[in-house]
Ligand binder design. Structure first.
Ligand code: DXP
Ligand SMILES: NCC(=O)COP(=O)(O)O
Length: 252
């Protein structure tokens, strides 16, 4: 089974466009879990454009009270502090999610657009990963489908990788002939990760059109999906959208 972790960034983004708490992120998380999602993902950014530290605390409490539900917090452990954002490490060590996905985003990025270069970042990630694992938190690294880099992910102590699927999604959207080559590169990267004993997650711009192919990725354990699922929820309703993604992942 491929687990669906629903990313709630975009619900928080709408909430933040007004004062107050509408829509309520925790209520939407509950709807996703009641509809069968196996996890919740958030990617708090230092500018707090969507998910805020308080959301992470409340969602940790919600997921912690649900048996078998995974809470996944994503972010850059080295991002410069902004305002009252406590930093990814402080927030994660306080809230104890099941999984922390480390992502090499700059503060000014519109969204995530590349995996780690571990030749550069590997040495400073080693103590960060060790600290998270000592706290009982599974560590996943956001990675491009590059086998040499994935070997380094194993060396620095990661438990899993999350393959960055943006270029694959873009190729599918453009109906580009490169789509199959990109998918095959992801398959080889996933096989390599599995051979090294790393778990395999994937995410970024996955949707109901590109998932039917991607779900065949060898050993795929989890996808985190936010943007497209939230857009689909506008038309279908959130419960139906979650069920549609679960069906898609199950090949129905
Ligand atoms: C790591 C990744 O692919 C995406 O995380 C992500 O969480 C999207 O972030 P935004 O919602 O801020 O674009
Ligand atoms: N880790 C990827 C993620 O959480 C969701 O990204 P997106 O579906 O919003 O692109």
């Amino acid at each position: 089974m491929i687990a669906l972790s629903v990313n709630l960034n975009k619900i928080a983004l709408i909430r933040n466009s007004r004062e107050g708490n509408f829509p309520d992120v925790v209520t939407h998380a509950r709807t996703c879990l009641d509809a069968g999602a196996q996890g919740i993902t958030v990617h708090p950014r230092p500018d707090q454009r969507h998910i805020r530290p308080g959301d992470v605390r409340e969602l940790a409490a919600l997921c912690g009270n649900r048996h078998g539900i995974e809470f996944n917090v994503e972010g850059n452990p080295f991002a410069a502090h902004q305002g009252d954002y406590p930093g990814l490490m402080e927030l994660v060590l306080e809230t104890q999610p099941d999984q922390c996905t480390l992502v090499p985003d700059n503060n000014d990025q519109l969204t995530s657009d590349h995996g780690f270069n571990l030749k550069l970042d590997g040495p400073r990630l080693v103590p960060v990963i060790a600290k998270l694992k000592d706290a009982g938190i599974r560590v996943s690294l956001f990675m491009d489908p590059d086998q040499e880099q994935i070997s380094l992910a194993k060396d620095v102590g990661a438990d899993r990788i999350e393959l960055y699927t943006g270029p694959y999604a873009e190729a599918v959207a453009k109906q580009s002939p490169e789509m199959e080559d990109i998918f095959n590169t992801h398959c080889a990267a996933a096989e390599h990760a599995r051979h090294l004993g790393l778990g395999v997650n994937a995410g970024h711009d996955l949707n109901l059109v590109n998932l039917p192919r991607y779900r065949a990725l060898p050993g795929l354990q989890e996808v985190s999906i936010g943007h497209a699922l939230t857009v689909d929820a506008i038309a279908m309703g959130l419960e139906n959208a979650v069920k549609a993604y679960l069906d898609c992942l199950a090949g129905k």
